[in-house]
Write a protein that binds this ligand. Structure first.
Ligand SMILES: *[C@@H]1O[C@H](CO)[C@@H](O)[C@H](O)[C@H]1NC(C)=O
Ligand SMILES: *[C@@H]1O[C@H](CO)[C@@H](O)[C@H](O)[C@H]1NC(C)=O
Length: 191
């Protein structure tokens, strides 16, 4: 029924590499994948609607820093969502309708969780780490690697308008005033 089934063999991998050199031997999660061209034209920035991007985003020396304050406005006037500064990677994969997310990796108290549920990895505040996500659309399966090590496998949530995002969003109402994440070497691959 959905057009997206036509693309069911597509596999996508997002690699955010934090290391200069791979510490990993033959078993790198990107093995067998082809890197796709990705330029700044593919990066769509969302930030509190009433504040200039330069006050919530800094791209310098290859590092993208994104931050919000707890009482910032949402990304658009009409939205009731919590403040965010996020990169949305515009890379058309599927043409299907907008849907719920198929995966969220969140950090709470330094630990990475699948949404607010399963623990994926621990002790990740204030350090660089590498995250790879493989979305096997055909199998409806998502695999998450941290620093090259497989940490989590989960079923996806069906076809939809699939794209990757990263940044800061959805801090609970009474969390700390400042929330920041930094990203580098964002890459997209397919198989
Ligand atoms: C942007 O990042 C660079 C490098 O870390 C830093 O020197 C600079 O002060 C930052 N600018 C802002 C506005 O945060
Ligand atoms: C946040 O804190 C305020 C002030 O302490 C309190 O009134 C409010 O109920 C809290 N909201 C949540 C969601 O905990």
């Amino acid at each position: 029924m959905k057009a997206s089934y036509c693309y069911s063999l597509l596999l996508i991998l997002l690699a955010v590499s934090a290391k200069e050199h791979s510490l990993f031997g033959a078993a790198d999660p990107t093995d067998g994948f082809t890197q796709l061209p990705l330029t700044d034209d593919n990066f769509d920035l969302q930030k509190p609607y009433n504040i200039p991007l330069s006050q919530r985003y800094n791209y310098s020396d290859g590092i993208r820093s994104l931050w919000v304050y707890n009482n910032d406005k949402p990304f658009k006037h009409s939205s009731g969502t919590r403040p965010r500064t996020e990169i949305r990677i515009k890379f058309q994969i599927h043409g299907a309708a907008e849907g719920a997310t198929t995966l969220q990796l969140r950090i709470y108290d330094g630990n990475m969780r699948y949404y607010k549920y399963n623990l994926v990895a621990t002790d990740l505040y204030d350090k660089w780490f590498r995250v790879n996500v493989i979305h096997d659309v055909n199998e409806g399966k998502i695999t998450v690697f941290i620093d090259g090590e497989q940490k989590f496998v989960v079923k996806d949530q069906g076809p939809g308008d699939l794209y990757f995002k990263c940044g800061v969003y959805a801090a609970p109402e009474n969390s700390s005033n400042f929330m920041e994440s930094r990203w580098r070497d964002i890459k997209l691959f397919k198989k």
